[in-house]
Design a protein around this ligand. Sequence first.
Ligand code: ATP
Ligand code: MG
Length: 267
Amino acid sequence: MDPYMVKPGQKVHLAAWNPDDTGDFAGKPEARKALKKLRKELVELQERLYAEDKHKVLIVLQAMDTGGKDGVIKSVMRGVNPQGCQVASFKVPTPEELAHDFLWRVHSRVPGRRFITIFNRSHYEDVLVVRVHDIVPEDVWRQRYEQINNFEKLLADTGTLILKFYLHISKDEQKRRLEARRDTPEKRWKFAVGDLKERAYWEDYMQAYEEALTRCSTPWAPWYVVPANKKWYRDLVVARTLVEKLKALDMRYPEAPEGIEEVQVPD
Ligand code: ATP
Ligand code: MG
């Protein structure tokens, strides 16, 4: 019953998904309070995940530049034990990565049992930037939707909970954020002139996202379109989804070995 989940088979038209949506929340203070509560739950759930040593959790974050991938990692994962959590960022592939199939570098970073791994960008770049800029021929990237679905099925079948979030901002909001980066000394290091070039391809990116979201939201690895113009609502939606799905795993602390109460701890 999640309004932001792309139902398998549902055709996504991003123009119909409101990036300004804030659900039932009146404003930031209320949402931040709710987020704080969710974070507490998340910390507890992650302890269980680690203790139970059974599940793996993969979170995929995709967005246009300034969409808030870094912000989500910072504000949702705050407080989670770093020992059980990893972030993998995927940049322009190296020559070694390019010498392999496109899933090679990604597969090597997926979570093992008891870990949460966050992908900051992901294998979806290979049907997004690669498609927009014709980096490989169309018949090559076209095959990738099915290859991605099969790859994610393998991960899911072997114990991975997969949650994929597209942080949906509007083109206007990106302009405001780029200007803020330009004008704020503490943000300026993030301002990349190259991002302006990508911005010119906005419509092509939206088309590429629409097809990726439509073709790769599966029962075993759903996509969520997160309204992301308001940072406080974006964080809340991601945290809420994560907590809900982790709860559904019904994780248990391992049974204590029999007779442990009688074991004497030597002086
Ligand atoms: P971000 O923008 O995610 O915060 P960043 O600014 O630190 O990260 P960038 O180098 O700007 O680092 O971002 C990574 C760049 O690598 C993006 O432009 C992305 O499209 C590109 N990229 C990622 N994967 C691929 C790929 N498979 N093929 C081509 N380009 C890719
Ligand atoms: Mg960048």
